[in-house]
Design a protein around this ligand. Structure first.
Ligand code: MCN
Length: 780
């Protein structure tokens, strides 16, 4: 069936997205709605001496102004869901509105309710907050110094946690190694900048005692669970609906105080409460990503073989611990720092630090881009030091294809891989040998050309309960699905995932079309509503295809097995006499005697002649807890030319070879790679959050925070290898983050390669023309 698994069919969901018929939270209107806006702190760190609501309350149309004292009985502190039990994590209170103190610029101090959003905005200006400014600290290095401003009494020295993992004889390998190289690498802070900012619309049915929240969420069931804890309302009394979501990139995983407050006020006022943030609020209040300072030591020999790696990382957690915040710089980073390489020993120490900045959490890749960046920079530094070809150093250190499943020294077991094949394919596609010759020739003509390679492996498919529990996370992130074949033969799939741009309304239909042999357009994917879908974990960590897709494949197979029983009864043969192909059960040796799965579905609904013990309806549910993560990989190659006059690097070629196992829809896979590479190159070249010393976010609008558009990005040449995962039902691995994980270092490696003659071995991101110009002109 050519529209099923493996076909490049256009995304079904795009029809509504590109014709303006998507339905986002801000589009939903309810009668009698009150509009919510927040008074946000202009200070990074300050004591609140008083809040005067009187002027605001006098304004016509203003319904109320609420401070921490007004809501504390109904809205508890915001919990972090990722508590990394093996660390000494400090459970500092994260109040829904500032409680006596503000700890970052943008923290909400009061909530204003009004009859329309313009009045609410104006009333925000009228709330007078008496602040006593305190000294602020915004960087993790400063925050750890003696005498630094302290954020929380519960976290002396601003230390949120310390976490360590190690494996192999690290000190022994360092002693034996011929060379040791040390480097400090900074992975700068980023702002997720999804197209749709965050929004919530809460309403309360006091007759039934039911709360409904429309919210921009990547994980409606997780939202519901955390809200039930924050609001002390049982989960079954809360319905969370996340309709169309205009991008998330991780920033819509956390539960934020503002939507909990909207819920509480809906209950208190008996009226729907709507909150839609603007872009500046989004940049101030929605989580940021990355922000790690990493000290690396690598031990290696003359032949380029890496013996051991030591990483010590300071992670800026911001002012509070966000929902998944602590898991990002620890487990999602630390366990995979040895990358694609057979390195015998490694140790990682991470210190999470509180600062007067917006809390950090998962941003596309979440921990894995930071890990991949350091190991791929390290490999290039080793090559540079030994004057070896960086491709050769990679080949010498790669885990061999025959050594999978491969335990890395930090406790993960990589499922499958062939890193050599991906590297070879990328080098062939870019014409590596020829390029190196051209590079030498250009160098003689005074032109600066650089070639950067990045071979990556990532862990995704979050996350198997046995493995994540062993690595310190409290529990598993399994997948769920129900497949219902209606009497008309049309299929509904209810999934615990919540795609928000990734395309699973199409690819999941393709899985089902293949498994059931029905036309792909007859399959509808339902997601995003806790009332309709089975308990689920949502979409992030490139988990949706391997985990939720795996669950769907298993449900479909259960449906086929049940249908086989009914078909056998209808055709009056035994089950063993039937073949199932292209949606038809036919009798072996008598193919004209057959029945379609649609006919079986109708018979299952009519239930008149069902075999004994078979229940009516063709429907099946699966909760699938995978055995392991999946480990996609690949090699990206970037070729740059640097303008000596301005320092501006131009990307001449960008080749991406990725392996996510069998591809359900290669066009969607390419789209994900394109988007991911765009975000990775954005980090490498342009994006960076900047705070002043008082904790003001200077990059609080698109005027200051440069998100590149299509014009700033290169043509991306994609290709792939296919290495199935041995342990999931479809063999698939995730692709949603691969581009972001692979690309920053491909670019940085290329720039450093181009600047070889200046003796530079590293430039921190973003690699701006100014930084490059300074290298060329000796003004670093
Ligand atoms: N796919 C496929 N064959 C495979 C693997 C994936 O056809 N072997 C398809 C999938 O079925 C799906 C897409 O590729 O249509 C991505 O799937 P997957 O890799 O499972 O990733 P998730 O759906 O779990 O998406 C999460 C991932 C993350 S973590 C971020 S962040 C991110 C991303 O996806 N945020 C995005 N891509 C995004 N794309 C958009 N448009 N918007 C976001 O917010």
């Amino acid at each position: 069936m050519d529209s099923a698994f493996g076909a490049r069919i256009p995304r079904f969901e795009d029809v509504r997205f590109v014709t303006g018929r998507g339905s986002y939270v801000a589009d939903i209107e309810m009668p009698r709605t009150l509009y919510l806006k927040f008074v946000r702190s202009p200070y990074g760190h300050a004591r609140i001496k008083g809040i005067d609501k009187s002027e605001a309350l006098k304004m016509p149309g203003v319904y109320g102004v609420f401070t921490y004292e007004d809501i504390r009985d109904g809205v508890a502190n915001i919990p972090t869901a990722w508590v990394i039990p093996n660390s000494d994590i400090k459970a500092v209170p994260y109040p829904p509105l500032a409680n006596g103190k503000v700890r970052y610029a943008g923290e909400a101090v009061a909530a204003v309710l009004a009859s329309d959003q313009y009045t609410a905005e104006d009333a925000v200006e009228k709330v007078k907050v008496d602040y006593e400014p305190l000294l602020a600290v915004t960087t993790q290095e400063e925050a750890l110094k003696e005498g630094a401003p302290q954020l929380h009494e519960e976290a002396p020295g601003n230390v949120a946690f310390r976490w360590t993992v190690s494996g192999g004889d690290v000190d022994g390998e360092f002693r034996k190694a011929k060379h040791v190289l040390k480097k400090r690498i900074v992975n700068q802070r980023l702002q997720p900048a999804a197209m749709e900012p965050r929004a919530a619309l809460a309403s309360y049915d006091s007759g039934r005692g039911e709360l409904t929240l429309y919210v921009t969420s990547q994980n409606p069931h997780v939202h519901r669970l955390l809200l039930s804890l924050i609001l002390s309302i049982p989960e079954h009394r809360i319905r969370v609906i996340s309709p169309d979501v205009g991008g998330g990139f991780g920033s819509k995983i956390p539960v934020y105080p503002w939507e909990a407050i909207a819920c509480y006020l809906a209950i208190k006022t008996g009226r729907p409460i709507k909150w839609v943030e603007d872009r500046t609020e989004n940049f101030l209040g929605t989580i940021h990503g990355r922000d790690h300072v990493q000290d690396i030591e690598v031990a290696f020999d003359d032949d380029g073989k890496i013996r051991a790696l030591k990483v010590s990382s300071l992670a800026n957690m911001g002012a509070y611990l966000s929902t998944a915040g602590p898991g990002v710089p620890t487990i999602l980073f630390g366990l995979i720092v040895t990358g694609c390489y057979d390195i015998r020993a490694a140790s990682v120490t991470v210190t999470g630090v509180f600062t007067n900045t917006t809390p950090t959490d998962a941003y596309r890749g979440a921990g894995r881009p930071e890990a991949s960046y350091i190991i791929e920079r390290v490999v290039d530094m080793v090559a540079q030091k030994l004057k070896m070809d960086p491709a050769e150093v990679r080949m010498r250190n790669f885990i061999r294809p025959e050594d999978f499943p491969h335990p890395n020294p930090l406790g993960l077991v990589y499922d499958s891989g062939n890193y050599q094949a991906a590297l070879r394919k990328a080098l062939e596609k870019v014409g590596y040998e020829e390029l190196r010759k051209e590079q030498e020739k250009a160098r003689k003509e005074g032109r600066l050309i650089g070639i950067g390679i990045s071979s990556y492996v990532e862990m995704c498919g979050l996350g198997p309960s046995t493995v994540v529990t062993a690595t310190g996370f409290g529990g598993g992130l399994w997948g769920s699905s129900t497949i219902r074949v209606h009497p008309t033969g049309k299929v509904q799939v209810l999934t615990g995932a919540h795609p928000h741009g990734q395309g699973e309304e199409t690819t999941f239909a393709q899985i089902v079309a293949k498994e059931l042999g029905v036309p792909v357009e007859d399959v509808e994917i339902v997601h995003g509503d806790t009332e309709l879908t089975p308990m689920g974990m949502g979409t992030y960590g490139s988990r949706t295809t391997p985990v939720e897709g795996g669950s769907i494949a298993l449900s479909a197979r259960k449906v086929v097995e049940k249908a086989r029983k009914i078909a056998a009864s209808l055709l009056e043969v035994s089950e063993g006499d039937l073949e199932f192909s292209n949606g038809r059960f036919s009798v072996k040796g008598a193919p004209t005697k057959s029945v379609s799965i649609q006919e079986v579905a109708n018979a299952a609904y009519m239930a008149s002649n069902l075999p004994k013990g078979v229940e009516p309806m063709l429907e099946a549910t699966t909760f699938y807890d995978p055995e392991n993560f999946v480990f996609p990989f690949g090699t990206h190659v970037c070729v740059v030319e640097i303008d000596r006059e301005t320092g501006k690097p131009h990307i001449l070629r960008y080749v991406a070879v990725d392996d996510c196992g069998p591809q359900i829809n290669p066009m969607i896979v390419e789209g994900q790679v394109h988007g991911g590479v765009a975000q990775g190159l954005a980090q490498a070249m342009y994006e960076q959050s900047v705070y002043d010393k008082d904790g003001n976010l200077l990059t609080s609008s698109f005027m200051e925070y440069l998100v590149p558009g299509a014009m700033e990005l290169p043509n991306i040449e994609t290709d792939s290898t296919v290495t199935p995962s041995p342990h999931n039902p479809l063999g698939v691995k995730g692709i949603g983050e691969a581009g972001t994980i692979a690309s920053p270092q491909a670019f940085v490696n290329a720039v450093v390669d181009a600047l070889r003659e200046y003796g530079v071995d590293h430039i921190d991101m973003p690699v701006t023309p100014e930084k490059v110009w300074r290298v060329i002109h000796g003004k670093r």
